[in-house]
Design a protein around this ligand. Structure first.
Ligand SMILES: [Zn+2]
Length: 172
């Protein structure tokens, strides 16, 4: 698939940063947001989403024109996101699929690099620890011209799940 190769080749030229450094940053971000919002899980999740969306702006701003060339059907976005995820985190999504009835892209990572070794206390269950990734994806969908999208983490390793599970759908 030349479309995907274009994306991959382009992004592999990017400078690498240590994953350990980024994991430490994500831990610090969550810790800070928990304190700042007095453990209000809903508010923390929204902050993580906004954080991811702003990341997408930075990541894509220079490349928007290039990426536009690759725009196809919404369901094809699953391949782009899957490759971007691998390039940026070094982790492969365990499973990624499109549900035509729900018009939603689902992805799972049983080895989520951000949530491994993190166990949230009972009062923080529901905190979408790696939701910034979902925020990036929903903003990518928007910037690629698919319209407003929402990405929700519906299962997280930090809740005791065996994988982090995401659902990305367009908002009608
Ligand atoms: Zn995770």
């Amino acid at each position: 698939m030349p479309k995907v190769k274009g994306w991959l080749g382009f992004h592999l030229k990017m400078h690498k940063i240590s994953l350990e450094l980024f994991q430490a940053f994500v831990d610090a971000l969550n810790d800070h947001l928990i304190g700042l919002n007095n453990g209000d899980v809903k508010k923390i999740n929204e902050s993580l989403r906004v954080f991811g969306r702003k990341m997408a702006e930075t990541l894509l701003i220079e490349y928007a024109e290039k990426i536009k060339e690759h725009a196809g059907e919404f369901e094809e976005l699953k391949d782009t996101l899957s490759i971007a995820y691998k390039v940026f985190t070094g982790s492969s999504m365990t499973k990624v699929w499109y549900d035509p009835e729900e018009k939603a892209i689902y992805y799972e990572d049983a080895n989520c690099p951000f949530c491994k070794d993190v166990n949230l206390s009972e009062n923080l269950k529901g905190l979408q620890y790696c939701l910034f990734v979902g925020g990036v994806f929903q903003e990518v969908a928007r910037l690629r011209g698919f319209g407003e999208a929402i990405c929700e983490e519906i299962g997280c390793k930090t809740w005791g799940n065996d994988k982090c599970v995401y659902k990305l759908r367009l908002v009608e």
